[in-house]
Design a protein around this ligand. Structure first.
Ligand SMILES: CC(C)(COP(=O)(O)OP(=O)(O)OC[C@H]1O[C@@H](n2cnc3c(N)ncnc32)[C@H](O)[C@@H]1OP(=O)(O)O)[C@@H](O)C(=O)NCCC(=O)NCCS
Length: 190
């Protein structure tokens, strides 16, 4: 099941060695500008090597550029029901705009509907977060609605869009958009 190889990325379990790079990433205010919730990635990296809870309910994973071996982000799938999960991701600012976000989201969707046999995958995105909305749409998720004041964080309320994809919808996607291994590459920065 893991690691997942995409054309340019490796999505794998965290190692304790990932902690410093992840601390820097999480501390960047530009990364958190439209993603106010505290990331669970850092906790997961600090616990790296320990056995996950059984049965496992969250997959907090590292995003690494295959060519350089450099950690550039984190992503996760978290069960919200027996066969439903939420997905999330974040990348270091200097790596935005190269299609990596799309590559990660497609890998998570493939993990969810493939090995994890999920029925439905959802995501919540702040209304200002246009990049993330595009990433979700690129991965086949559809807009389902807007929730006013969905969450309170960083001293204010956040209006959020809800996106989701059902397994049947994913299977109907053209192969080009479905597979994490087939993806649009928009230049590389490493
Ligand atoms: C969201 C994030 C992962 C996107 O990563 P990325 O590697 O830049 O994503 P991609 O390159 O695959 O795609 C970005 C899309 O946004 C579009 N985009 C870029 N800048 C944009 C802007 N200012 N406004 C609207 N769309 C924009 C791109 O054109 C692209 O869409 P397209 O494929 O339809 O052309 C990254 O910005 C990030 O880590 N942000 C901080 C954390 C975060 O917001 N996480 C999501 C929480 S829901």
């Amino acid at each position: 099941m893991l690691p997942i190889l995409t054309p340019r990325l490796l999505v794998r379990e965290f190692l304790v060695e990932d902690v410093p790079a992840l601390e820097a990433l999480v501390a960047d205010p530009r990364v958190r500008e439209h993603a106010p919730l505290e990331s669970r990635a850092l906790d997961a990296a600090r616990r790296a090597g320990r056995a996950p809870r059984n049965p496992r309910r969250t997959w907090e994973l590292a995003v690494v550029v295959r060519r350089s071996g450099r950690l550039i982000g984190a992503c996760d799938l978290a069960l919200t029901g027996p066969r439903d999960a939420d997905l999330g991701y974040m990348l270091a600012r200097r790596h935005w705009g190269h299609g990596y976000g799309t590559e990660v989201a497609r890998a998570l969707v493939e993990l969810g509907f493939g090995s994890l046999r999920l029925r439905r995958i959802s995501a919540i995105v702040a209304i200002e977060n246009e990049r993330s909305r595009r990433v979700l749409e690129n991965a086949g998720l559809r807009w389902e609605g807007l929730t006013r004041r969905h969450v309170r964080a960083l001293g204010r309320s956040w209006d959020c869009h809800r996106y989701a994809i059902e397994r049947a919808g994913w299977l109907r996607l053209p192969a080009l958009r479905r597979g994490a291994r087939r993806t649009i590459m928009r230049g590389e920065d490493e």
